[in-house]
Design a protein around this ligand. Sequence first.
Ligand SMILES: C[S@@+](CC[C@H](N)C(=O)[O-])C[C@H]1O[C@@H](n2cnc3c(N)ncnc32)[C@H](O)[C@@H]1O
Ligand code: SF4
Length: 375
Amino acid sequence: MAGIYIHVPFCRKKCSYCDFHFSTNFEGYRGALISKIGEEIAYRKDELPFPIETIYFGGGTPSILHKEELKVIWDSITHHYDISSLTEVTLEVNPEDVNEKNLSVWKSLGVNRLSIGIQSLKESDLRWMNRAHDTTDGFRAVEMAKEFGFERINVDVIYGLPDLSMAEWSSALEKVVLLPIDHISAYCLTVEKKTALNNFVERGQIVIPTEDAITEQFEVLVEKLSLHGFMQYEVSNFARDGREAVHNTNYWRGVAYSGFGPSAHSFNGTARRWNIANNLLYNRVNFSEDSWYEEEMLSTENQWNELFLTGLRTKWGVSKEVICRFGGLQKAETLKLEFWGNQNCIKESEYSISLTRKGMLLADKIAQDFFRLTK
Ligand SMILES: C[S@@+](CC[C@H](N)C(=O)[O-])C[C@H]1O[C@@H](n2cnc3c(N)ncnc32)[C@H](O)[C@@H]1O
Ligand code: SF4
C-alpha cells in the first residue's frame, strides 16, 4: 500500500504564523500550475509500485480549487495509479470555503474526509492570525459538512496562544468536543522565522506563554478530549471511535508516499525527496530534463533516528522487532531507556517501547536521546 499527497500552494490570505509554502498572488497562473501537477502525477507513475490506499489534498488551501481544477488532478491519479484499494481521501478545508456547492463537488469527486482549520475559538486570535473567517464560520462549516453527509471530519486547533487563560482554553475545548467530528489535530503554536508572528514577538506586541502554561494547556487538552472519547494516538492527534487518520498514520509507520506539487515531500522506503518550493519555477519545469527536486538517501543512522522521532510520538511506539533488525539498543541507549522509565515517561511491553502520557509532553526531547550520529 502507498499514499499520495497533493500540495496546493495557494492561499487567500497570509496567516501570520504560517510558513508552509503558498502564494496569495496566483490568479494569473493557477490553471497552468494545476495542469503541471497533473503532469507530474503522470510522469512519476512508476515510482510507486503499490496500490494507493490514501490520497491527501493539503496546502496551502486545496478548498480554493474549482471543480475543474480538482478534476484535472483526480483524473491524472485515477488514470495512472491503482486505486482499487483506496480507502481515505482527505481534503484540507478553510471554513470560508464550506458551502453546498463545494461540499457537493468534493463529495462527487470521492473525498470522504474533511480537515477543517478552525484554529481558535477566540475572535481576537483569528484577527491577529489574519484568518479569513470568524469563529461562527468555523462552527457553521463543521455542522454543514456533517449535515451534507461527511462522516469523517477533523478540526485543526492551535494552543499555546498568547493571552489564552486556562478558563478560555477549557471552554473552547468544551465547545470543540460537542462538534459532530471524529478527529482533532491540536498543534502547539510555533513561532517560525520570516513570519509576521515572529515580528510581533520580536517587537513585544505578542507574548508567547511560558513553558509551564503551555504544558498545563496540553494536559487539559489530553484530559478533556479523552473524557469525551477522543483518544490520543499521536502527540497532536486525537480520534473518536478508532477513526484515526490512515494517511498520517502511514507516514509515521514508514509507508511509502509520493508528494506532487511545489514543495511536496515524498518517501519511497529508503530515500526522501522534496520538490522545488517556488510556484513559477515549478510551472516552467521540464520533468524529464530539469533538476526540480532534491533527494536524500537515508543512512542506517537516519532511519534509526526517524524510527524514534516518529514512532515515539505515536501510541504504538517503536517496535522491538524493528529495533532488533537494527541490531538492538546500544549500551548508552539502554541506560536512556532505564532513565526515562524511572521518570515514568517511557513504558515497555513485550513488543514495543512507547511513551506514557507524561512522556508525550517531552516526545521530541526523549527521541533525541536515542539518536545516533549520522555519517
Ligand atoms: C498548512 S496548514 C493548512 C490548512 C489550511 N490551509 C488552514 O489554514 O486551515 C495545516 C495546519 O497546520 C497548523 N499550523 C500551521 N502553522 C502553524 C504554526 N506556526 N504553529 C502551529 N500550528 C501551525 C494549522 O493548524 C493548520 O491548520
Ligand atoms: S494556515 Fe492555511 S490558509 Fe493560512 S497561510 Fe497557512 S496554509 Fe494558508
